[in-house]
Design a protein around this ligand. Structure first.
Ligand code: HEC
Length: 245
């Protein structure tokens, strides 16, 4: 899923993300030649039903860069975006899946940036993505976020080995743990966390047939003690146990 998301992100005819966020960074390369860190009017202000506007308070439009504003906003890097919601300059969208889905909508496709993309497209299309493709791109963004978390936590662990003060070491280790916790949260939020699937396999392994014998799933695992079985049963295995014949 994340791999497919990467392909769609990089595909200048499908996701088109890489035209503005080159290699998930903040550099744009729209239609030949790098534009550097550019500004675009992507229509975020035109999104309907923005959370802040659903309240009774009147929220003024943000008119973007320069005074008076030209409606454009700066392209942000996306390497650690998945972990940094809510998204866009006005926090219009809470989830990374929603932020990706924004590009499939009218607000973007009718914006100056969306129309410019359509003009470059041989079929005159802006960005059109299906639900599965949106989730795949978001999964890719979650995974690159986690790779960055892991990189940082390795740096912190290495730094902790090099310091002599134990207080400093504890501080670095705490930050490394925080990076790892962030990774877990980012993956779990997208249903991507490995231990989740591990847990369900574990539950399968504890399942017993009608005779009470342990199922063959999990092979070498010893049969759990009676109290363990009881605990397992009363917690998450309720109702599942006897179906595995
Ligand atoms: C025309 C240029 C352009 C294209 C194409 C584009 N983006 Fe963006 N992107 C921007 C700009 C500009 C912003 C900042 C907008 C704002 O804050 O209002 C942004 C913001 C974002 C954000 C929010 C980051 C944050 O931390 O708030 C995400 C996520 C994002 N883009 C993902 C994507 C994905 C995924 C695609 C492809 C489906 C894509 N972008 C295509 C220009 C572009």
């Amino acid at each position: 899923m994340p791999k497919r998301g990467q392909e769609i992100f990089l595909d200048n005819k499908l996701g088109k993300c890489n035209l503005c966020h080159v290699n998930a960074g903040a550099t744009a390369n729209l239609g030949g030649g790098s534009l550097g860190n550019a500004n675009f009017n992507t229509g975020v202000e035109d999104l309907p039903d923005q959370p802040a506007r659903l309240t009774t308070q009147k929220v003024p439009r943000d008119d973007g860069f320069r005074t008076p504003g030209d409606g454009t906003f700066n392209v942000p890097p996306l390497v650690e975006a998945a972990d940094s919601g809510p998204f866009f300059h006005n926090n219009a969208i809470e989830t990374i899946e929603g932020a990706v889905a924004f590009y499939d909508g009218e607000a973007f496709n009718k914006s100056p940036a969306g129309l410019a993309l359509a003009k470059l497209d041989p079929e005159g299309k802006g960005i059109e993505l299906d639900g599965t493709q949106i989730v795949a791109i978001a999964a890719f963004l979650r995974v690159i976020n986690v790779l960055e978390n892991i990189r940082q936590s390795i740096m912190l662990l290495e730094a902790s080995l090099a310091v002599s003060s134990s207080a400093e070491r504890a501080r670095l280790l705490t930050r490394a743990v925080r990076e790892t916790d962030d990774s877990t949260r980012v993956l779990t939020g997208g249903g991507l966390h490995a231990t989740l699937s591990l847990t369900s396999t574990k539950h399968d392994a504890w399942r017993t047939g009608p005779s009470g014998a342990t199922s063959s799933v999990g092979g070498t695992r010893r049969r759990p003690s009676r109290s363990r079985r009881k605990r397992e049963h009363s917690s998450s295995n309720e109702g599942r146990e006897r179906r595995d014949i």
